[in-house]
Design a protein. Structure first.
Length: 386
């Protein structure tokens, strides 16, 4: 829907944003303001564009086998959903294959940069790659291939030589993991703890070494136990410096558990991630995705992606749909929390200072929502997404 028909006047923007807006908000915002017509709805909400830290694919595109053109098309589709930036996620694979995918993502990022300079628009910005493995526990593979590695000097050197890595998921109990976390963090790459058998103490040590997040809390880690809290217990601690990423789709986590995590950590400690895979957005089709090192038929059943044997293989719903589940009785007072868990916290986890908020010197990435949390308009880099 056009900005001319949906966005209110500048005074209204200040009133509905999740925090006070300075003037100008960012480069490109003045041009947007000049197109705005008088207020149409007093119940619209403005929030920062969503930042997705874990997307394995969608709309038939699998990151593991995608071309640069495929990723560009996926970025455009994500942009129309309100996602302003994302990390294509690479699951466990031989290092040579990871290096090939890294090159494809790098090529796509260059294509997006060229499109942005030409002001052609290119959908949700690719920030880099989330490397979800191979430094994970062989006991908590999920649908990953069993070609896991310990982060020894040789393997870590190759991983640190990748062009696009912004986030690495690893298991802190592996030999050499704590040293690896410190080295990775020193390079400005965020570390997330996940696919792990870690004890509570090992998880706490991983955070102390520099980890900033826990990957899909409760999934691919031991369940919380009153005598063995494990990584899940560490992630629920209110003062934990690493945020807990949750897949709040009602399948990966029961809604009560998602709420428990939210209440335990508060909005400042939660990151929403969808963990979406290639079949998401494709109706009634079995899509071939690369799991366990082979192309496997994956379908959407029961609200999530599953292998033929029923094994849970990833998420299927969009970020906005997940946000509605987190805030089923959405009110204006929920706006700051919505902004935090969908945008501000993901940006902070990656150490980004130019996005994740609506504020001075920030990118003009934002979404307009109606009172039912339906998407009315999306702006990425100050340009409306069709």
């Amino acid at each position: 829907m056009s900005i001319r028909r949906t966005l209110p006047h500048l005074r209204r923007l200040r009133a509905i944003a999740p925090f006070p807006l300075p003037t100008p908000i960012s480069i490109g915002f003045d041009a947007i303001i000049r197109t705005i017509e008088p207020v149409r709805s007093a119940s619209d909400y403005l929030a920062p564009g969503f930042i997705e830290l874990q997307i394995n694919g969608g709309y038939g595109v699998d990151v593991m086998s995608a071309t640069a053109g495929d990723l560009m098309r996926l970025a455009e589709r994500l942009g129309r959903e309100g996602v302003s930036a994302w990390l294509p996620t690479v699951i466990t694979a031989p290092l040579g294959e990871i290096e090939r995918i890294d090159a494809v993502v790098g090529e796509t990022m260059e294509m997006q940069t060229a499109a942005d300079r030409a002001r052609n628009g290119s959908g949700a910005s690719i920030l880099g790659t989330h490397l979800e493995g191979p430094f994970i526990s062989p006991r908590r593979l999920g649908v990953h291939a069993p070609s896991t590695l310990t982060p020894d000097a040789v393997a870590l050197k190759r991983v640190l030589g990748l062009r696009t890595t912004r986030l690495i998921t690893l298991a802190p109990e592996l030999d050499g993991a704590l040293s690896a976390i410190r080295r990775i963090a020193a390079r400005g790459i965020a570390v997330s703890l996940g696919h792990t058998e870690a004890s509570f103490a090992q998880a706490v040590a991983g955070v102390a070494a520099g980890a900033r997040m826990f990957t899909h809390l409760f999934n691919a880690m031991p369940p919380l136990h009153h005598r063995a809290p494990g990584a899940a217990g560490a992630a629920l601690m209110r003062d934990c410096r690493a945020r807990a990423a949750i897949i709040a789709d009602g399948v990966h986590l029961d809604p009560a558990i998602a709420r428990l995590a939210y209440e335990a950590r508060g909005p400042q400690g939660i990151v929403l991630t969808t963990d979406r895979v290639a079949p998401a957005g494709v109706s009634g089709t079995r899509v071939k995705s690369i799991f366990g090192g082979a192309r496997t038929g994956v379908t959407i059943r029961g609200g999530a992606a599953r292998l033929p044997d029923g094994t849970l293989a990833g998420g299927a719903i969009a970020m906005l749909d997940m946000a509605r589940r987190m805030f089923p009785n959405f009110r204006r007072a929920d706006l700051p929390a919505l902004a935090r868990i969908t945008s501000t916290n993901p940006a902070a986890t990656l150490g980004l200072r130019d996005r994740g908020k609506i504020a001075l010197r920030m990118r003009s990435d934002f979404v307009l929502l109606d009172k039912e949390m339906r998407l009315k308009a999306v702006f990425i880099g100050g340009r409306e997404v069709a």
